[in-house]
Design a protein around this ligand. Sequence first.
Ligand code: SF4
Length: 305
Amino acid sequence: MSEHLPDDDREAVREALIEWYEADHREFPWRRTDDAYRILVSEVMSQQTQLSRVEEAYADFLERWPEVSDLAATDRGEVVAFWSDHSLGYNNRATYLHEAATQVVEEYGGEFPEEPDELQELMGVGPYTANAVASFAFDNGDAVVDTNVKRVLYRAFGVPDDDSAFERAASALMPDGESRVWNNAIMELGGVACGKNPRCDEEGCPWREWCHAYQTGDFTAPDVPTQPSFEGSRRQFRGRIVRLLGEHDEMDLDTLGHRIRVDYTPDGEHGREWLRGLLSDLAADGLVEVEESDDGDQPLVLLAS
Ligand code: SF4
């Protein structure tokens, strides 16, 4: 599937992500439903508007037009006015949504089609939205590939920055027939843990043990062309040092270096000098101690007592 994920690990990678997602995730009202109409409304609203503002508009919209038939029966001007009043971006989205509701009522007897291809026949519904509705309403979608998902796949498994490579990798990774939980989970990972400034340790990313970026400290991505905040990446390594020392009591300098990044080479760019810089910051914060040796052995690093 990609250069950094052996096929044998695929199952473990899947389970780890689903477990992480199910243990804790952001609650959005549209995640609590499998109603295609509600999911379509949330998807169309989210295209241009911050999620926090969408929540309020979504609730108001559904109070006013609780079912697809209510929306279809209303005057289009009212939907457009609602859209402007709630600052939801281009008004043509309101027009399309109204038209799509009319199609569902007139052409499909009020029941949404379940296949992504058919969903795309609805006005204003492109491949991404069709797939999202098929996944979240019917558990019948393909792997979603959006900028968040690309960033995760690029960092974690070294998938090259190429749309068809992303599509292939995303599909190969998704467990068959589980598009609802999977697409929610991978988008949550990209939104919460693997954002432009990644929060791998803070969010307990379930892919740290496989992640190429985590192992090398290179967190660039297609939408993050330069290394995101240097401090962010230093913080990651500081966190890892403290965690490792908590597990191992004490470690010599090079063993510690090799354990926190795969490209550690004692005399290289990310070698002893780099590691000593991190350790002296940690020592200044009273978190670790470095015991120098008198007989030329490696210094020992341990948690401060
Ligand atoms: S370990 Fe960090 S960089 Fe890698 S997938 Fe997780 S959050 Fe993203």
